[in-house]
Design a binder for this molecule. Structure first.
Ligand SMILES: [Zn+2]
Ligand SMILES: [Zn+2]
Ligand SMILES: [Zn+2]
Length: 504
């Protein structure tokens, strides 16, 4: 229902309308609405049935019991927790907010157990791209001076006679952006093989950087570890051409001691020094990929020549003239991209993206080729492309979209359990106002109580399409509301119910 209390029923089927009306007329509608709000109007909630008992650890007495039989339709809903905005706008938003907190804590400190002093450590925001596999149309980059796609005054042609010049200015979501000038010239095989090994290139980068650091400090790697420690958080993002690139926050700490987990580095180094080393390390990384078939060449893989490594400085305000950026800007930027995936690039079958379709079919072709070359049953060598076909929907990217080194900051798991605790206390508080003392008491109670649950998975999604329409409407309005208040932009949508903890 909108803020004026009206329900917009345009564009729904007669069946959905009947389901919505019967839901609204039920006596337990308020209870249902409360439960829907508690899972943040998740688009594909998980349905559970069962019960849990909270016991006093010392005496074993039952303090409370919670059962799905007391709920409308006798079902407990739990958030899907999917990070993809196209799958679940609500959970994706929560994921993005959590991601921002996690990234911000590591970049700016002063939060989640990370001291504010980390923001003075050498820090770099780096973007590691893929090389070119053939010219593609590109949208104008915010802030860049070149606006036109690919101006060529002499009217360059490819060997198929296709023009390789484009004077247009493509907007960010222009469908032409990312499409090759000539699909016959574009090296789809190289694109797919690079994407498949991208996680390996990243891993090699995380090894090359500390090595290079030791070399520059003229010490052994072991000695270097007692002076400087690397921490990072990275996310993968698809470019319009369907190839992944990595954004990373890279921070230098000293070696942790018993009473300081985040000391400053012991060497006299700064963000500019680190940025320079990051560029050198990226340029040095290479990986010789095994050939896909006995007839195809092995490939030497590298990152693209364009390496953006910018120092991060905690100065008041926005970016300064040296190109340095503010930690919070970096965290917001990375968090934004953590909810995109390969499917978000393709705006539906009606406007099918031919280029991405060809990347996908190339993945399947190469998977077949590899199968013929490395047939199962032969002991050596194992087929490194064994699972390639399974990743066609991800355009052959099999890595993690977001990852971080252990010491960077807190974890998503810890943030989620903190929110569950917050929601539990909020649900018990009159008028939804959370008493901080109650929150602390609840955290303490966690240590003295034991929750024994017996829950069964029934399915995913709302019971009827009508319920799904109601939830989607409420979720959209919640987002509109948050967008209208910039100060709340990163506020977490109403969170997970207490159930996942008890059901686990
Ligand atoms: Zn969800
Ligand atoms: Zn163009
Ligand atoms: Zn061509």
């Amino acid at each position: 229902m909108s803020e004026s209390g009206e329900l917009d029923l345009s564009g729904i089927t007669a069946v959905q309308e009947r389901q919505i009306l019967s839901r609204l007329l039920r006596d337990d509608f308020d209870q249902w609405a409360e439960q829907a709000a508690r899972v943040g109007h998740c688009a594909h909630p998980i349905r559970l049935t069962g019960q849990s008992h909270t016991l006093d650890k010392a005496t074993g007495s039952v303090l409370s019991t919670f059962a799905s039989s007391s709920l409308p339709d006798e079902v407990l809903y739990v958030r899907c927790n999917n990070r993809r905005a196209t799958w679940c706008p609500s959970c994706s938003r929560t994921y993005q907010a959590d991601m921002w907190h996690l990234l911000k804590a590591g970049a700016a400190g002063g939060d989640k157990g990370v001291p504010a002093s980390v923001s003075t450590h050498p820090m770099v925001f780096a973007t590691l791209t893929a090389p070119s596999f053939g010219p593609v149309h590109s949208s104008k980059k915010p802030g860049s001076r070149t606006q036109r796609c690919r101006p060529r005054s002499r009217g360059e042609l490819c060997r198929h006679g296709t023009s390789l010049s484009c004077m247009d200015i493509h907007a960010e979501h222009d469908l032409l952006a990312g499409q090759p000038f000539c699909a016959d010239c574009y090296n789809y095989d190289a694109h797919v093989i690079w994407q498949w090994w991208a996680p390996e290139l990243w891993r090699r980068f995380t090894i090359a950087l500390p090595r290079l650091m030791a070399k520059c400090l003229c010490v052994t790697q072991k000695q270097a570890r007692s002076l400087v420690r690397l921490s990072f958080a990275k996310v993968g993002e698809y470019q319009a051409r369907g190839v992944i690139h990595f954004h990373a926050i890279i921070r230098l700490d000293g070696a942790p001691t018993d009473d300081d987990n985040y000391p400053a580095p012991l060497a006299d180094v700064d963000s500019e020094w680190l940025a320079d080393l990051v560029r050198q390390a990226v340029a040095s990384v290479e990986y010789q990929a095994q050939p896909v078939s006995s007839a195809s060449p092995g490939r030497l893989l590298r990152f693209g020549a364009q390496v953006d490594a910018r120092p991060v400085h905690h100065r008041a305000g926005r970016e300064d003239l040296s190109g340095a950026i503010h930690p919070e800007t970096v965290a917001a930027y990375i968090a934004k991209y953590s909810t995109k995936s390969a499917t978000d690039l393709d705006p539906g079958a009606s406007r099918a993206n031919q280029h991405l379709a060809r990347v996908r079919s190339t993945v399947l072709q190469l998977a077949d080729l590899a199968y013929d070359t490395y047939p199962p049953g032969l002991p050596q060598p194992p087929n490194p492309y064994r699972l390639l076909g399974k990743w066609a929907h991800m355009l052959a990217f099999r890595g993690h979209f977001a990852s971080k080194s252990r010491r960077y900051s807190t974890t998503l798991g810890r943030l989620r359990s903190a929110r569950r605790r917050f929601e539990r206390v909020k649900a018990l508080s009159p008028h939804g106002i959370v008493d901080m003392a109650a929150l602390e008491q609840d955290a303490a109670a966690d240590e003295t109580t034991l929750v024994i649950g017996d829950w069964r998975f029934i399915g995913t999604g709302w019971i009827t399409e009508g319920d799904a329409v109601l939830a989607a409407g409420a979720s959209a309005r919640a987002r509109e509301y948050a967008n209208a208040r910039p100060s709340d932009r990163w506020r977490t949508a109403s969170g997970t119910s207490t159930a996942p903890a008890t059901a686990a």
